[in-house]
Design a protein around this ligand. Structure first.
Ligand SMILES: Nc1ncnc2c1ncn2[C@@H]1O[C@H](COP(=O)(O)OP(=O)(O)OP(=O)(O)O)[C@@H](O)[C@H]1O
Ligand SMILES: [Mg+2]
Length: 406
């Protein structure tokens, strides 16, 4: 047996040493191998754990990828739907604009057919060639809200209403279901003339509905209604200044109408509108005509002798003449008498009685009924407006400077 002690005292031989060494190394080696093994198994465990984790992540990524591709597919479908819808909208808009072009064409052709005189006038004048006389704003019937009926008669009903929800307007709606060519012609005539006449004493056109069956003329709303109502059906005090203001407003409006070479043909208190501040504006251009169209040979088809008998000049009542600036002045004279006397002209008389009184008896409106404070200038204008002799009847160009000095 070899003792360790001995070995330590003696010089150890290489062979001895190696034996001893071998044993020692074996032991150490084993333990370190074990340790390493242990470590390796631990690392393997960790590695497995990590591998599992990676697998899980991979699965998650795979799931996300499939989700993403599904989402992309859906997005493609949605885009397709959007493109299709956009195409449909475009084709609808195109059809609509085509059809509105058609209606505008129809309305324009009707107007141009009957107003060759205006065309001539336009071609002589460079300015008007570039500025169409007839350019009213087209209103969609659905943008109007009809509230209460203001007046109704003939083929039209006048409503108070709203345009685009908030704008107060008066709506003249032509309700005849048959809508004859004559009625359409009157409608276009009124729209065209109103769109030309922009003046503070002429009711302002806002626009018109051109698509039958609901033809409408839309104007600013005048709160107090007609001057007839203010004069005879209300108890508004009308002192000298107020009457003067009303007279000036009407004179100014008529001055502008005649200056535009138009005759109104139905001047009367029903066709003068009054706003909340008692400003007056002339309305109802349904019968208005360009003077040249009346003198024209084609005027035979026009109903030259329609009007309101109380305001019709003698030459129209007996059909010896034709409507003119002077027949408008006659009606204006009767209207001034109505304002300054606050009486209804020929009240309660029918057309045959009026004809008898005016044509046979020469009994016109009674000037003694005028207010005591009526200015002489006004009295004289009334007299000179209703004379039988057309040449002696004054014109608006004589009247306006005198009225404006008052
Ligand atoms: N802009 C308006 N604001 C308020 N009221 C109005 C307006 N326009 C017209 N009216 C009322 O409606 C009535 C009829 O209007 P208008 O004269 O334009 O139509 P019409 O169909 O030609 O009528 P009529 O045949 O009775 O002369 C007027 O007398 C007035 O009372
Ligand atoms: Mg009227």
């Amino acid at each position: 047996m070899k003792s360790v002690k001995k070995k330590s005292l003696k010089k150890i031989k290489m062979s001895d040493y190696s034996d001893y060494e071998d044993d020692f190394i074996d032991e150490e080696h084993n333990s370190s191998i074990n340790k390493i093994k242990e470590e390796v198994t631990n690392h393997q465990k960790d590695l497995n754990f990590l591998l599992n984790k990676i697998k899980l992540r991979d699965n998650e990524i795979l799931n996300l990828k499939t989700d993403l591709s599904n989402y992309n597919d859906k997005l493609k479908n949605k885009n397709k739907i959007i493109y299709n819808l956009q195409d449909k909208i475009k084709s609808i808009e195109l059809n609509e604009s085509k059809s509105s072009l058609k209606t505008n064409k129809v309305s324009l052709s009707i107007i141009e057919k009957d107003h060759t005189v205006i065309k001539k006038k336009k071609s002589q004048n460079n300015w008007s060639e570039h500025n169409t006389l007839w350019s009213p704003h087209e209103i969609e019937y659905n943008d109007l809200e009809l509230k209460d009926i203001v007046s109704g008669g003939g083929f039209c009903v006048m409503y108070r209403g709203l345009y685009l929800k908030y704008i107060n307007v008066a709506i003249k709606r032509i309700f005849d279901p048959k809508l004859t060519d004559k009625l359409k012609e009157e409608f276009y005539n009124e729209v065209r003339i109103l769109s030309l006449l922009r003046h503070q004493n002429i009711v302002q056109l806002i626009g018109a509905v051109f698509k039958p069956p609901s033809l409408c003329i839309v104007t600013e709303y005048m709160k107090r209604g007609s001057l007839f109502h203010v004069l005879h059906q209300s108890n508004i005090t009308l002192d000298l200044n107020r009457k003067l203001k009303i007279t000036k407003d009407i004179t100014n409006g008529l001055y502008f109408i005649h200056y535009q070479q138009i005759i109104h043909r139905d001047i009367k208190s029903y066709n003068v509108l009054v706003d909340e501040y008692l400003n007056c504006k002339i309305c109802d251009f349904g019968m208005a005509l360009f003077i040249k169209n009346i003198q024209n040979e084609n005027s035979k088809h026009l109903e030259l002798y329609s009007g309101t008998p109380q305001y019709m000049a003698m030459e129209l009542l007996d059909q010896s003449g034709i409507p003119s600036y002077k027949s408008d002045i006659y009606a204006y004279g009767i209207l001034l008498w109505e304002i300054w006397s606050r009486n209804v002209p020929y009240d309660g008389l029918d057309i045959s009685m009026i004809k008898k009184k005016v044509l046979e008896k020469n009994q016109l409106v009674d000037l003694d009924l005028l207010d005591k404070n009526t200015p002489n200038i006004i009295k004289n204008i009334i007299k000179k407006s209703i004379t039988k002799n057309i040449d002696q009847r004054i014109s608006i160009y004589d009247i306006i400077p005198e009225i404006m000095t008052l």
